[in-house]
Design a protein around this ligand. Structure first.
Ligand code: FAD
Length: 316
């Protein structure tokens, strides 16, 4: 079933979450171990992130360095199929532009269609670690909007094959939004205009980057409505988990902690104290969002359900 259908049929705020494929070599059980504790909250859909290849340099016997491409977390599509099979809920694979030619994208979408997957979160992807800026595949897409257009074309029966009308796909397309602006955008206004372009191209709902200040989300929704974005905007929340997150999350995800939270974080001396505060803050944020009638709250579990379970216990 499509995410938008779940949202339309919901009687209140839905619960959903996102997981990461495990590191290569780990079994599917590690995925189930992260999902099982959250099933009691009746998620309607589970997102599975996509991780493209990274490049590492290995020293050869002759002293020269060899550049090797590796994917540390493969398996997005297989995990989606396994989730649907085991839990009978919808799985939403993330599909990115980075590393894909248009034809590879088309083939990936055909796989998803054959598996009965109805939803796709369409993203550009970040630059890989060895690149300072995002570089698309030679025959691929530069921006998420172009990927969304390709999926939209397939939904109309227009594949890359010339002049042949093929069986249309029927994907519900989601897109990413950034309450605190995407880090590369010149300003929030241009970012919103590009977000509007994604919706005009066919994105039917938006999932936000994590944020820790609900005001940023509410302002973002208002700004989206002002530029004519009318689709549901699902807030994404991430509980802060350890001392490392205090600097890592703002640096990696380009987000700010509100003053009150940063003051409390500074008092924490152990990982356990941070995790406890992360849960308290998550409950506070979630309650306010739920009271405001958001369609769904989407939790970034990073495949660790302990904190999200504690938050969901209070909310769902
Ligand atoms: P875009 O919408 O293409 O935007 C990228 C930048 O380009 C923005 O600054 C935008 O303002 C600008 N822009 C957009 N269109 C144009 C245009 N036509 N001309 C000029 N500028 C333009 N990454 C992964 O690799 N795998 C994942 O599974 C994953 N999941 C995510 C899930 C969510 C909910 C979110 C919020 C992010 C996720 N990401 C993931 C990270 C995401 O790929 C990065 O944030 C990436 O840098 C931008 O992706 P996007 O789809 O928002 O890009």
């Amino acid at each position: 079933m499509k995410v938008t259908q779940h949202l339309e049929e919901a009687k209140g705020t839905l619960f959903s979450f996102e997981i990461l494929p495990p590191l290569k070599g780990k079994s599917i059980q590690s995925i189930y171990d992260g999902i099982d504790p959250l099933m009691e909250f009746k998620p309607k859909f589970v997102n599975v992130t996509y991780h493209r290849e990274e490049f590492i340099y290995k020293e050869r016997e002759n002293g020269l360095l060899e550049k090797i491409a590796i994917r540390k977390r493969p398996g997005t599509v297989g995990i989606c199929a396994a989730i649907m099979n085991k839990y009978d809920i919808d799985a939403v694979p993330h599909l990115i532009c980075g590393g894909f030619s248009r034809e590879e994208t088309e083939n990936a979408l055909i796989d998803l269609q054959f598996l009965g997957i109805d939803n796709v979160l369409a993203l550009r992807g970040d630059p890989i670690k060895t690149e300072s800026t995002f570089r698309p595949h030679l025959h691929g897409h530069h921006f998420a909007v172009d990927l969304i257009k390709q999926i939209g074309e397939m939904n109309s029966g227009n594949y890359l094959v010339d002049d042949i009308q093929l069986e249309p796909t029927d994907f519900c397309i989601g897109a990413a939004g950034y309450p605190e602006k995407h880090f590369e955008a010149m300003n929030l206004q241009t970012d919103l205009e590009y977000l509007k372009a994604k919706v005009d191209a066919g994105a039917e709902y938006i999932v936000t980057q994590m944020f820790f200040d609900n005001k940023k989300y509410f302002d973002f929704v208002e700004a989206c409505r002002k530029v004519g974005i009318t689709v549901p905007i699902i807030p994404g929340l991430k509980p802060i988990k350890n001392l490392n997150h205090i600097s890592f999350l703002p640096k990696f995800f380009h987000i700010d902690y509100p003053e009150e939270l940063s003051r409390e974080l500074l008092k924490c001396k152990t990982n356990e104290q941070v995790a406890e505060l992360g849960v308290e803050w998550g409950i506070k944020q979630s309650k306010e969002l739920k009271d405001a009638g958001v369609p769904c709250i989407h939790y970034y579990t990073m495949s660790n359900s302990t904190q999200v379970k504690k938050i969901a216990n209070e909310l769902f």
